[in-house]
Design a protein around this ligand. Structure first.
Ligand SMILES: [Zn+2]
Ligand SMILES: [Zn+2]
Length: 150
């Protein structure tokens, strides 16, 4: 979803509600992660005293593969995000709170996907104390014991 920001930038008090799903086709492009469902986006973009604020929450179910035992699992995630939208940054700061928009348009899908991926750990485990696979015989130590370690 691409949102036109022209009115939001120009009119103090202007507000746009966000309540939609990021299409599956956008999610398929993300390598290494699977999504069992579209990402639900809920929030609003508001011009408050000339500052354009984006606040939203993103909810999704990630389909992942345990980094230790290779079991596949689904997990619910929900994150809240806040950004200030600007046409340009004068002070050269690159605070990730700021989002610089081109041509007064915001690619909300791209922003949401980027925000969500930044929150995810680089390694996903099926459970905190996953025992993983035996490095010698490959037995899933969550399910069975093996005799490799005596
Ligand atoms: Zn595991
Ligand atoms: Zn073993």
């Amino acid at each position: 979803m691409v949102i036109s920001l022209k009115h939001l930038y120009d009119i103090v008090g202007e507000r746009v509600e966000l309540d939609y799903f990021v299409e599956d086709s956008k999610l398929n492009e993300i390598k290494g992660y699977g999504f069992s469902r579209p990402i639900t986006i809920k929030g609003a973009i508001v011009n408050r005293a000339g500052v354009v604020m984006l606040k939203y929450s993103a909810a999704f179910i990630l389909h992942a593969c345990c980094d230790r035992c290779l079991t596949e699992f689904d997990r619910d995630y929900g994150f809240d995000f806040e950004h200030i939208l600007v046409r340009s940054l004068n002070n050269g700061g690159d605070d990730e709170e700021y989002v610089i928009t081109e041509s007064d348009k915001l690619d909300m899908d791209e922003l949401a996907v980027t925000d969500c991926l930044l929150q995810l750990p680089s390694k996903l485990l099926c459970k905190e104390d996953c025992l993983g696979l035996c490095p010698v015989c490959g037995t899933d130590l969550n399910q069975n014991e093996c005799n490799c370690n005596g």
